[in-house]
Design a protein around this ligand. Structure first.
Ligand code: AMP
Length: 210
């Protein structure tokens, strides 16, 4: 199974990708997590990507494409994967096609800008494993501590309000055209993001299995 998750930043792609990954035994491949790890480790990739990420802009397509090519070589991708946050531009989508990656479905989680702002400003992520939480909607069992690995929960640098607005603008301008791209290819499935996480998950799993 090869799936793509589309949707604005904060629509719940990361959370849904984790759930689908566990349920179907396919890896969730998040270019955002790969980039954040590189920034944390101050690798060459990390140093190159950081300024774009901090500004709420997209990292250049060629950088993303080489990351994804490397990631696909890992044996866990052999039986499929769920892409979270890639492609984010039409060029990236065309590149996946050129690489011969046959996508089964592009699942688009729709959430209004107003709700995105509420969600991102309460988001917390694990500094160790990258799992996502929300202070109101998905709190961890113990405040500030990851349920999965015990790591410290932090606010992402790019979840500051000014950066959130820049990321939303980037999303509408550069990523939203992908809906049209996958619709034309008969792959697009729209999932309306719900207030309750479990409700979105139910719609999501039904869309995967339809
Ligand atoms: P995310 O965790 O998916 O919201 O990604 C965080 C940041 O990483 C984005 O705001 C971009 O700066 C960068 N990024 C992640 N994935 C991509 C991608 N496919 N193309 C370009 N930039 C990306």
């Amino acid at each position: 199974m090869k799936l793509i998750l589309l949707g604005a930043p904060g629509a719940g792609k990361g959370t849904q990708a984790e759930i689908i990954s566990e349920k179907y035994g396919i890896p969730a491949v998040s270019t955002g997590n790969i980039l954040r790890e590189a920034v944390k480790n101050q690798t060459r990739l990390g140093l190159e990507a950081k300024s774009y990420m901090d500004a709420g802009a997209l990292v250049p397509d060629d950088v993303i494409i080489s990351i994804i090519k490397e990631r696909f070589k890992e044996p866990d991708c052999a039986g499929g994967f769920i892409l979270d946050g890639m492609p984010r531009t039409v060029v990236q989508a065309e590149k996946l096609d050129e690489m011969g990656v046959e996508i089964d479905k592009a699942l688009d989680i729709e959430v209004s800008d107003e709700d995105i702002i509420k969600r991102l400003s309460g988001r917390r992520v694990c500094s160790v494993c990258g799992s996502s939480y929300h202070v109101l909607y998905r709190p961890p069992a113990e405040e500030g501590v990851c349920d999965k690995c015990g790591g410290e929960l932090i606010i992402r640098r790019d979840d500051q309000i000014e950066t959130i607005l820049d990321r939303l603008e980037t999303y509408h301008r550069q990523t939203e055209p992908l809906k049209d791209y996958y619709e034309k290819r008969g792959k697009l499935v729209i999932v309306e993001g719900q207030e309750e996480l479990a409700d979105t998950t139910r719609l999501m799993l039904a869309a995967v299995e339809a």
